[in-house]
Design a binder for this molecule. Sequence first.
Ligand code: A3P
Ligand code: MG
Ligand code: MG
Length: 366
Amino acid sequence: MHDESARLEIPEPSQLRGPFPPYQRPAELLSYSLDEDRHIQFDDRELSCYYPPPLGSCLFDRMATYKTRDLTVNEHLDNLLTSLVHAKREKSLPSIGRPRFLTFRGILTKILCLPYNSREGWELGATLYKGTIHLEEHMTEDRLDRERALPQHVRRLMYSGYRFETVSTLDFDPRELQGRDDPRISARYDKDTNNLSEFNCVFKTKLGDHSILMGAEIDCVCYGMEKEGRGERYLELKTSTLINSPSSRESFEKHKLLRYYIQSFLAGIPQIHVGFRDPRGVLRAIRSFKTAEIPRLVRNKNYWDPSVCFRFADRFLTWLTEVITVDDPHTSYTIRYDPATRTVTASFAGPSGAFLIPDYVEEFET
Ligand code: A3P
Ligand code: MG
Ligand code: MG
């Protein structure tokens, strides 16, 4: 496809039912950190360890010191690509061949949730290079406007998610603690919260016939920092409104559990800890979910079906391989989802919007 655009209509979930397509267990290839200045560090310095906070902590506290990312700065896939370049130069990159897709887990989550998303539009940039389709997310003017218009109470809810991470983790192994009175436990509450620093892993997986390299931010690990068996101890942290009515339960199971499940299953994160806060932000309960068991919790409710998401994503990725055909690191395509018409369009954007960094283009030429 070169000058015209291609369209894909999103089928209804009922048209997508069927067996779960093969999804390979994600294998961790490498990890890296982003520090508070968003500088990449080729180590695990930003990995933290779960240590439960006492119920009763207020997750709205200290919001005045919250440091946030500048949403107008598009980081593209720069850090992910840089981590691959670094590993390749260091000769520590396991053989990856030419994966069919290279992207972030957040983008795959958006694709998988499409059959159940009739509200939120999005836009991606795609570049085909050496047989690999690289997908990045675009911060459109529309989305920036929406973010800027967010009311304070919504910003506070978003803050509480990061605050929960701050007060639920230690930046050292909890086995080093000198008992339950160790002052480092309560020192967590005096820490500022930010959404800048991150620990990321790069996973290799496969959906149907599509091999995928995927970057994913990992919230923390439980029971110690050692690398041995770490993948089974990665933990996703979430916050949610306390469930106190049939409608709040339905909203949690219908919308939140779908996203939690897809996000964690994609990266093979086995467990999710959800902190439930009351309207004043006070942490009232923490519930742990085994990722693999989430679909069973909603099975008979007709809310969503994980095989619908994975079958759709398999088709969607096939469609992308059919429409993204110009293999050139200096050009890109724009992929746009319009919830009003429930269609995705792909159009060739030429040199505008090309986003692969020169080091990556050079290093992965052969
Ligand atoms: P919670 O979802 O825990 O409340 P993640 O859970 O993926 O590690 O993200 C941490 C926090 O970032 C979330 O906290 C939420 O506040 C915010 N966040 C993540 N994805 C978001 C999205 N698509 N829209 C708005 N906020 C988001
Ligand atoms: Mg996270
Ligand atoms: Mg989280």
